[in-house]
Design a protein around this ligand. Structure first.
Ligand SMILES: N[C@@H](CCC(=O)N[C@@H](CS)C(=O)NCC(=O)O)C(=O)O
Ligand SMILES: [Fe+2]
Length: 319
């Protein structure tokens, strides 16, 4: 039976082997060596054929899977010994606050503090003998009041910072490609609008990390239906700024509603259910989320427009 005329290569091998066994039993001992030689050659040929056929059949699928797995799990970039990293959480708004510091020089920055937790943050900063120089926001939040104003009161050398395009007031208004320095470390300011007009991602190249705010969440993204949001702009920000970072950069979002703490460029490039779609599909998803407005929006946005400036808030707001 000619090879290839059967559908299954495995069956093909089996039938060739059994016909050869029959042939062997009919041959004399002197023919045995020649026959077993043919048998072995035929078996090798069949095995190669099977491998080739399996390869052809599964090629797309297997390569795709291998590619995805290989891409999602990457080599880790360790923090340098003089880099302090702490992640804090506010369970009411599911917001993450990040404390970064130069361990040698003791200068520190806090990203996206929450007003209700300003004392917790100030206490740990004092206990670690750090000097908070900037309280930064990734954007003008709609779901919680920033802790920057209160932190300025608790830690007098601290300055507030936010992007100029956010339209909020702060001691330091950040422009694209500004570098926020703390000790020998620095964060690069990368505009990533789309959730709001003034969203930025802070990138710390040396440590291989980026703080994406609400632009990119773990397996999700910020909504685009208020504060100058735009799904097209968000899609472009993620693809051109965040997904072009090295694949093993860790990404720290401003929120997670399911207890996850960190992701990576590779993971999101492969598994983000929204941002792996085409632009048109993404826009359609975002236009049909039908989310209720954040409960705190009416209080949070006006307060955050002045970076939560604490002195301007009346007693009731402070409590
Ligand atoms: N239920 C929350 C919703 C908060 C919310 O809408 N958060 C914004 C970020 S400021 C968002 O984009 N969330 C994404 C999502 O819920 O999928 C609240 O009321 O605070
Ligand atoms: Fe937000």
């Amino acid at each position: 039976m000619p090879l290839g005329s059967l559908k299954s290569p495995e069956l093909n091998l089996y039938s060739n082997q059994s016909s050869l066994v029959k042939t062997i039993s009919r041959t004399s001992t002197s023919d045995m060596n020649r026959t077993s030689c043919i048998f072995l050659r035929t078996r090798r040929f069949c095995c190669e054929f099977i491998l080739r056929e399996n390869y052809k059949t599964n090629q797309g699928k297997r390569n795709f899977r291998t590619y995805r797995n290989k891409m999602a799990l990457t080599e880790q970039i360790p923090f340098s010994k003089d880099f302090l990293f702490r992640q804090f959480f506010d369970p009411i708004s599911s917001t993450y606050t990040y404390l970064l510091a130069d361990v040698t020089d003791k200068q520190a920055v806090l990203i996206d503090p929450v007003i209700e937790w300003a004392e917790r943050d100030a206490t740990i900063i004092k206990e670690l003998d750090l000097k908070l120089i900037y309280a930064l926001n990734t954007h003008m939040h709609a779901d919680h009041v920033t802790g920057t104003g209160k932190l300025k009161e608790l830690l007098p050398n601290c300055q507030s910072a936010i992007s100029r395009t956010s339209g909020a007031k702060a001691d330091l208004l950040l422009d694209p490609e500004d570098r926020v320095k703390f000790g020998r470390h620095e964060l690069l300011v990368c505009p990533t609008p789309g959730h709001t007009e003034g969203c930025v991602t802070y990138v710390c190249r040396e440590q291989g990390i980026a703080f994406t705010g609400d632009t990119l969440l773990i397996r999700g993204c910020g909504r685009t239906d208020f504060q100058g949001g735009s799904p097209q702009i968000l899609y472009n920000s993620v693809h051109s700024v965040i997904f072009t970072l090295p694949e093993n950069f860790r990404l720290y979002p401003a929120h997670d509603y399911s207890g996850r703490t960190v992701t990576s460029v590779a993971e999101e490039r492969n598994y983000n259910p929204r941002l792996t779609k085409s632009l048109d599909e993404f826009v359609s998803i975002m236009e049909n989320l039908n989310l209720p407005y954040p409960k705190m929006i009416d209080k949070a946005v006006p307060a955050n427009r002045v970076c939560g400036i604490y002195e301007l808030m009346d007693k009731e707001e402070k409590d």
